[in-house]
Ligand binder design. Sequence first.
Ligand code: ZN
Length: 235
Amino acid sequence: MNVVSIMAHQDDEMRCLGTMLRCQARGDRLGFICLTDGSKGLVDRPHLDRPAAAEVRRKEMAALAQAVGAGYTCLAEPDEYLYDTPALRDSLIEAIRQAAADVIFTHFDPDYNADHVATHHLLRHCAMQSVLPVIPTATAPLKNHPAIFCVEPHGAFAFTPTHFVDITGVIDRKIELLRLHESQEAAMQQAVGWGFDQLVRVPDGYWGQKAGCRYAECFVPMQSRGAIKPFSVLP
Ligand SMILES: [Zn+2]
């Protein structure tokens, strides 16, 4: 299967990367799609202009994707100003088709960040359209609607997960990979006082405790026709 993280920003794969590594271990192929250019993510370097900041984020995300042998597509919308437009719907539908997505991880709604919420709703619409021939793009429509799982929002208000994946065996690799977002290690230390180690181990340890393992990631299936499956999808 093709397992794809479709998120607003580079590093938002933080809440599903361990599960993706477990998917890879069972033979799945991985992919990453980001809707924005991440250019507002360097809170410790606000003087950098948009193209320079976007290039930092592109290189870091590409390095992570390369390290796991995955593809990376950036739709390069302006960070923190993500809006649903006809052109973006077409780009996202094409990206989903190119990735031949069978399983998608994306944001939960509600989430604290408006780009995350916009991504959730775009994905709900575009994943469904990716199987239909009425919106032609360069790549042919998918044969089947991808399964979609929503990740824990940062600050898990109103989030009651139903699906848990034990990521204890890959937690160190997950953190090592996320540290390829070098700019974000510094930015998040400044913004929230935590680096990737804590940002991963604290919530994943919390959910692991609930699931009966050391570390877990957890999800809510997108409750939409086609996106929810009557069979087991996660490892
Ligand atoms: Zn984000």
